[in-house]
Design a binder for this molecule. Structure first.
Ligand code: ADP
Length: 502
């Protein structure tokens, strides 16, 4: 696999300067109302490069007081932003789409530096992220209502959709740009002001995005960005304030539960995009080569650190040997290294705890009888690297079939019967994404209907699409982002009862 001597921490000569210039280009302060400003605490938030453990930069470390200042700014700007013409709001987002696209090399480098995934993955994310602004630029002008005659006559029913008000947007570190644009795009298009609270591991991308949006014409106070090393107290303080009207969160189910409970006191509108445990079903009639490539994408993009990542590969017995052989070869051949190095396909995990979690799950599966087809170990080098891993014959009681792996590890389970595999696939508290490979249309639709998931990919290894409603069921959350549905999470319906005697 990878030779640590070859994959040293330094990128190819010349790019070290590009890295320094990318991190130097980003504002390091909080954005609150009309200005960039220091946090009220003297300490800073250090941003780590997960491939080396070295500090990349230090940014402002917001306190609850700063969070409340951001909410005040969002509150003050709410009325004027709601009155801003939808076309104007849309055009700002469209400009931001173009700016992000033009700036994709710098943004991808920032993502890779603070998050660790390969540059190719980060570039893909930048395109995906920009696309949410393009989509919501188009949706901003389509928040239609309705006008109807009351069934009994003598009156009319008018419905309109209005912005819910200031929103707190809490984003994770795995897709630091796309998870932010997906929320900001919908909020701003709907006429809501926002406070962006990025993950502590990846504040640089969020700050760079904030600057771009301001340059593209987002008025002061409409977007406020607070970076913090201690999200709990800041978020709790903001959510306890009656001026906040909505929280949108992408992250773990455990934190989601805390936020759902916290949302009760102010009866906030809530969107929750939480953990997943995606099944990946390959039936005997599938195109095996395509299914292997789909599995590589569904498992390995973003280092496997995605809520939609294939977490359990269920392969029909007739094709299991061929599938295992091909996938083993693909994973064993993947180049692991610092995400900035050319040709690298898998980077480090986000931190030591994440790598420890993955290692524990692999050791547990092995103890219960799984066979390591390739990989299986942490890598003896700086940074939080784990080998791309395939485990065959994973028994039903293995912890990795219940928990989100969030790493480059694929457990493979063989099945014989369609009904049984659907039952196994649904045997999880999660319900985010699921994948099906089959050439039988009847089976495809039958299984898609039966899978308990918010999203099903058919003969493809991704569900990412800004024009489609992203979201889950069960413990994977509620609410939808993207698609025609996404903007609805940021709109409140008002109905006007009109007396109009016949
Ligand atoms: P992960 O476990 O993948 O890091 P988390 O759910 O912990 O995911 O983090 C997702 C987001 O939630 C991040 O922005 C993080 O700062 C934030 N977060 C973590 N803990 C809390 C909390 N107690 N209250 C509010 N936000 C939190």
């Amino acid at each position: 696999m990878t030779d640590p001597a070859v994959d040293g921490p330094m990128a190819a000569s010349g790019s070290a300067a590009a890295e320094r210039s990318a991190t130097a280009s980003v504002p390091k302060q909080l954005r609150i109302g009309p200005s960039w400003r220091d946090a009220s605490a003297a300490t800073g938030l250090a941003v780590e490069d997960p491939s080396t453990g070295e500090t990349l930069a230090e940014v402002a470390d917001a306190t609850p007081t700063d969070g409340l200042a951001a909410l005040l700014a969002a509150h003050h700007s709410q009325a004027s932003w709601a009155l801003t013409a939808p076309r104007v709001r849309g055009e700002i987002l469209r400009r931001a789409y173009e700016r992000i696209t033009a700036d994709s090399a710098r943004l991808a480098l920032l993502i890779t530096l603070e998050m660790g995934k390969p540059l190719a993955d980060s570039l893909w994310e930048v395109g995906y992220a920009a696309d949410f602004f393009r989509w919501y630029a188009e949706e901003a002008v389509r928040t239609d209502g309705a006008y109807a005659t009351a069934p009994a006559g003598g009156g009319r029913v008018l419905t309109m959709r209005q912005p819910v008000g200031p929103c707190l947007l809490i984003t994770p570190w795995n897709l630091p740009l796309a998870m932010a644009t997906r929320k900001i795009g919908a909020a701003l298009a709907a006429g809501c002001t926002a406070i962006l609270k990025p993950a502590e591991q990846t504040p640089l991308t969020a700050l760079a995005l904030t600057e771009i949006l301001l340059d593209c014409g987002v008025p002061e106070g409409v977007l406020n960005t607070v970076t913090t090393s201690d999200p709990g107290p800041l978020v709790a303080a903001v959510m306890a304030d009656p001026r906040l009207r909505k929280v949108s969160f992408t992250g773990s189910t455990d934190v989601g539960r805390i936020l759902i409970a916290q949302s009760a006191s102010q009866v906030l509108r809530v969107s929750m995009e939480l953990g997943g445990n995606a099944p990946f079903l390959v039936f005997a009639d599938a195109d095996v080569a395509a299914a292997v490539e789909g599995a590589v994408l569904a498992k390995m993009r973003t280092n496997g650190e995605a809520c939609t990542a294939a977490n359990r590969l269920y392969i029909a017995r007739d094709i299991a040997d061929e599938f295992t052989e091909r996938l083993t070869a693909r994973l064993a051949g993947m180049r692991v290294g610092r995400g900035t190095e050319p040709g690298v396909e898998t980077g480090p995990l986000i931190d030591a705890a994440a790598r420890g979690h993955v290692d524990r799950l692999v050791r547990d599966a092995e103890r219960r009888g799984a066979r390591v087809a390739t990989g299986g170990h942490t890598m003896p080098r700086a940074g939080h690297f784990f080998e791309p891993t395939l485990l065959a014959g994973v028994p039903a009681d293995a912890l990795m079939l219940r928990e989100e792996i969030f790493g480059p590890v694929a457990p493979l389970i063989t099945f014989d019967d369609e009904a049984d595999v659907v039952t196994a696939a649904n045997d999880t508290q999660y319900g985010l994404a699921a994948y099906i490979y089959t050439r039988d249309l009847g089976r495809a639709l039958r299984v898609a209907e039966q899978l308990e998931a918010g999203m099903v990919a058919l003969n493809q290894g991704t569900v990412a699409n800004s024009s489609a409603p992203f979201g889950g069921i069960k413990h994977s959350g509620y609410g939808r982002e993207g698609g025609r549905e996404g903007i609805g999470d940021y709109l409140a319906i008002k109905y006007v009862a009109i007396s109009l005697p016949d």
